[in-house]
Design a protein around this ligand. Structure first.
Ligand SMILES: NC(=O)c1ccc[n+]([C@@H]2O[C@H](COP(=O)([O-])OP(=O)(O)OC[C@H]3O[C@@H](n4cnc5c(N)ncnc54)[C@H](O)[C@@H]3O)[C@@H](O)[C@H]2O)c1
Length: 361
């Protein structure tokens, strides 16, 4: 198996703000110095064949995105510390340059953004339960890490940062479907961290010559998603349990509804968000617009696998929202995007990957 291009070992420290030194200004002769300015409204950005950075590219969504970028001919660099991601996810992408490094290190992030036109910022600690257990680390990676990405992108003359935000910013406020104009009222420390990071993105697009787009993903699933971690999402956990004839664990009564979104839909939204001139400074839902309860999900998976989906019910988990599904009109309007793969087709596409990853070596 060919190895990825590596960019040296991780030698990160966590420098204080004062260690950052002067910010280098973008070189006007650089390839991406033609970047589109929303203030002047001139010059369309290039959208294919770019140098791009995917933070968290060793993770579930980041690796699917990196694969799509490589496939369309972009020059892809990945920044990841592989804390929740896995090098195996990049094994089929020898073209991607891998920088092992820490989002909490400005220097490391800045080095990774050099020469880059678009940053797809997927790196984060993505779990609600983890954030309830350890809000400090979640905040440091998700908020300070995003600030480092934005600062480094600004300083390196990056054209646009596309940020992976989350439906968790909505909390339980109002009635679904959630639309972008609804008030944000996150419940979990994770949701708070994503909201803070998202607001930094919007702020940077207003006060600096850096374009940003924040995409609020709703319950993403698909290949390269780890079914074995204690923080695993519900679909990989259900598939692996039901396939083995084991009962699935349901937290609460199972009536809570979610908008389960196949990863390819999210990848396509990212590609469009990198190029859409109208999306600069926007916050956009990425979901299917279709609610499915956790109990219904177990039945759908049982039917697809031709197995009985037995449940064991546990108390509700702290930080979880009751119902969460999205209105996706804004994504259609600003990105020309709509979800191409539905829940059943997505699960069929993902099953093999889950079963392969969960089987003993
Ligand atoms: N999966 C979902 O349903 C979902 C929903 C909403 C939002 N999101 C967001 O999408 C993004 C990707 O999520 P995912 O599900 O692929 O999770 P993931 O855990 O598979 O990917 C996150 C990646 O970030 C890397 N990372 C974590 N901390 C880091 C650090 N300090 N320095 C460098 N790299 C670090 C991990 O190693 C991993 O590769 C995250 O920002 C997450 O908050 C995911």
């Amino acid at each position: 198996m060919p190895s990825n291009r590596a960019s040296g070992p991780c030698t990160d420290s966590f420098p204080a703000q004062s260690d950052r030194g002067p910010h280098p200004r973008p070189d006007p002769h650089r390839r991406n110095a033609f970047r589109y300015s929303h203030r002047s409204g001139r010059t369309a950005p290039s959208s294919v064949g770019m140098k791009v950075l995917v933070t968290g590219g060793g993770g579930f969504i980041g690796s699917n995105l990196a694969a799509a970028l490589v496939e369309r001919g972009d020059d892809v660099r990945v920044l990841d510390n592989f804390s929740t991601g896995n090098r195996v996810n990049l094994a089929r992408l020898p073209e991607a340059e891998v920088v092992e490094g820490e989002l909490r290190s400005y220097e490391r992030v800045h080095a990774a953004t050099r020469g880059v036109e678009v940053v797809f910022h997927q790196g984060a600690l993505p779990s609600v339960p983890r954030s309830v257990q350890d809000p400090l680390t979640t905040g440091a990676v998700n908020v300070e890490g995003t600030l480092n990405v934005l600062l480094a992108a600004r300083d390196a003359g990056v054209r646009r940062v596309v940020f992976a935000s989350s439906s968790s910013v909505y909390g339980n406020s109002g009635m679904p479907p959630r639309v972008e104009t609804d008030p944000a009222d996150p419940i979990s420390p994770y949701g708070v961290s994503k909201l803070a990071a998202e607001r930094y993105c919007v702020s940077f697009s207003r006060v600096y010559e850096l374009e940003t787009v924040a995409l609020r993903y709703f319950n993403v699933f698909g290949p390269n998603q780890d079914p074995t971690s204690q923080y695993s999402a519900v679909i990989p956990r259900f598939v692996t349990a039901i396939a083995r004839g084991l009962p699935v664990s349901v937290y609460g009564d199972g009536g809570q509804r979610r908008d389960f979104t196949y990863v390819q839909n999210v990848v396509e939204a990212n590609l469009l968000a990198a190029a859409s001139e109208r999306a600069n400074g926007a916050v956009i839902n990425v979901a299917t617009g279709r609610p499915t309860s956790v109990n219904e999900l177990a039945d759908v998976i049982g039917k697809l696998l031709d197995r009985q989906a037995e449940r064991v019910y546990h108390p509700e988990r702290a930080g979880d929202v009751r119902d969460s599904w999205a209105g996706v009109e804004l994504a259609h309007e600003l990105l020309g995007w709509s979800p191409a793969v539905d829940l059943e087709a997505g699960i069929e596409l993902a099953v093999e990957s889950y079963l392969h990853r969960s089987s003993p070596a």
